[in-house]
Write a protein that binds this ligand. Structure first.
Ligand SMILES: [Zn+2]
Length: 189
């Protein structure tokens, strides 16, 4: 990776932009905070989404969409070391307005043929490949070194969790895992 530029967002946040081996990506940094494992987003992932994640409740536990708080997004929303999409649970909570949710690290997006459920709000037109990743080639996303680091650290959620966030119950987050590890089938909640 090579650093390109830092741009201010507001008085306390800035965005650092990098050139990876395959594509550009960014992370958000808050004043005085130097995160060990920042979340890196593909340059095409809308910054205003990252700055405006949605809080929601499921079975009385509070969740926040996006990879900063959601382990499923970190497990399924990445490609070549950078976040390119929400997981299917977060995508559903966002009423499919920010893509339909990714189900693997190959850029495969959820679609209605994969599950026989009433998918309120689901629309193929909202696919990430029709919106913010339209005309983007997967070969132009990510960074080889970040991919290696991601593989090393993605199974250590305690390390990459945002420890400064006191409001979110860390123990409850792991219960939201949407893939049954035994048969590796995706389910939607
Ligand atoms: Zn998620």
């Amino acid at each position: 990776m090579s650093f390109i530029v830092t741009l201010p967002i507001n008085n306390i946040q800035k965005v650092n932009i990098y050139q990876g081996t395959h594509g550009k990506y960014y992370c958000i940094q808050e004043d005085g905070q130097d995160e060990l494992f920042p979340i890196y987003y593909d340059i095409n992932f809308p910054l205003h989404w990252v700055l405006n994640e949605k809080e929601y409740y499921y079975l009385n536990d509070k969740y926040i969409t996006g990879p900063q708080h959601c382990k499923n997004c970190r497990d399924y929303g990445y490609y070549n070391g950078v976040c390119i999409a929400y997981c299917i649970n977060c995508a559903k909570e966002l009423e499919y307005t920010r893509g339909n949710g990714m189900i693997d690290e190959e850029g495969t997006e959820f679609d209605e043929t994969m599950v026989n459920l009433d998918l309120n709000g689901f629309n193929r037109e909202n696919s990430m490949w029709n919106t913010y990743l339209k005309d983007v080639d997967l070969r132009e996303i990510g960074d080889v070194q970040l991919k290696e680091e991601y593989e090393l650290y993605k199974d250590l959620p305690d390390l990459i969790d945002d420890e400064t966030d006191d409001e979110t119950d860390d123990d409850s987050k792991d219960e939201s895992i949407l893939v049954n590890e035994k048969n590796n089938e995706c389910t939607i909640h």
